[in-house]
Design a protein around this ligand. Structure first.
Ligand SMILES: [Zn+2]
Length: 362
């Protein structure tokens, strides 16, 4: 048994972990797509270079790269379309999920308003991330930037190779990387890492916009939201310093604050008294106290939180073996706060979340 506030804190952290696992699936699917098209791109590059003499290559570099550029653009367009579909489904799910969370945490009979998913998605997709070095840009524009950067890298690598008089295979290898390192030493890996960052951050961005829209639609029962950083060895100073601060709904430093940001917003309900209800505070079934005194400390770390959870919750988040190691203090929590080994589809995320609502008696 827990108060609504405890339960909201507990549920927000649990859902955030599940969302990171969902991100792993998005990354997996989209990188796979990119890899398939990269195989084609590299063989096109190889063919273009082989078809030209060494002097001709230097003179005609731009036209030799024509097919490569077209394949690259098409690959990123496909990535953009797939991502848009993923994010649209995510926003739809998140909006429904947030309505369930508010229903679980508010007094019985409270009307919980839902949002127009298409409007929320369109606004979120067009909304700039406030996180780039050069300012802010929407996700499609950021993706475009990665695509253009990659063509520049390829052109530079080929120019350099030609100046050095390298064999074609060597030039292509610099771009592709070597099998021995699982292609981590190729220029293309650079792009893959940028795309991965962009995917993870856009999932976080979309989930946050969907959440804030749901909170705004239910402003009558909301006191605001609380910035919650995933406190571990990888937390940025910005996020650590914002941790625990409260802001009005729809305002303030809504996460993500930077690329790969794992911070999230915890909804804060008005008290019953503030809602004008003369009842003791709601108690949510199935919630777990987040700390010993029942209050969630502002500096509660993910590790602290996880340690206070029952074994089945630890197991759900970490998997059985890792949960055992964690309890035995044999692995560091940093190793799995963004656990890339666990992959959730949107359906699995939905199922995981619905178990929680069942536990809460909904
Ligand atoms: Zn952050």
């Amino acid at each position: 048994m827990a108060t609504a506030e405890d339960w909201l804190a507990w549920e927000a952290i649990r859902h955030q972990v599940a969302l990171a696992q969902y991100s792993n699936g998005v990354v997996y699917r989209i990188i796979k797509l990119l890899n398939t098209s990269d195989t084609r791109l590299l063989s096109e590059l190889e063919m273009a270079l082989q078809g030209a003499g060494s002097l001709e290559r230097i003179e005609r570099l731009e036209s030799l790269l024509y097919a490569v550029r077209a394949t690259n653009t098409a690959a990123f367009e496909q990535v953009g379309r797939e991502l848009a579909q993923e994010l649209q489904a995510l926003v739809q799910y998140e909006a429904a999920y947030q309505a369930q969370v508010l229903t679980a945490a508010s007094p019985v009979g409270t009307h919980i308003a839902t949002v127009n998913v298409h409007q929320v998605y369109a606004a979120a997709y067009a909304q700039p991330f406030r996180i780039t070095k050069d300012g802010a840009a929407p996700v499609a524009q950021l993706l475009n930037g990665v695509s253009e950067d990659r063509i520049k890298l390829i052109r530079q690598a080929i120019s350099l190779g030609m100046v050095e008089g390298e064999p074609i295979a060597k030039m292509v290898q610099r771009i592709r990387g070597t099998r021995a390192t699982n292609y981590a030493d190729g220029l293309m890996d650079n792009t893959r890492r940028h795309v991965e960052t962009l995917l993870r951050t856009s999932v976080n961005h979309m989930a946050n916009v969907a959440q804030q829209s749901s909170l705004e639609a239910n402003e009558d029962i909301m006191a605001g939201w609380e910035f919650t950083a995933t406190l571990d060895g990888r937390t940025t100073l910005t996020c650590a310093s914002l941790n625990g601060k409260r802001f009005p709904v729809g305002k303030g430093p809504i996460p993500p604050r930077h690329f790969n940001c794992r911070s999230y917003a915890k909804p804060v309900l008005k008290t019953y008294r503030e809602m004008g209800i003369d009842l003791p505070e709601v108690v949510v079934k199935g919630g777990t106290r987040a700390s010993k005194d029942g209050q969630v400390a502002a500096d509660l770390t993910f590790s602290d939180w996880l340690r206070g959870q029952p074994q089945d919750v630890q197991k759900q988040i970490l998997g059985a073996t890792r949960a055992k190691l964690f309890r035995a203090n044999q692995i560091d929590v940093d190793r799995f706060t963004n656990n890339k080994g666990v992959v959730l589809s949107l359906d699995q995320l939905r199922k995981k979340d619905s178990e929680i609502f069942k536990r809460a008696g909904l």
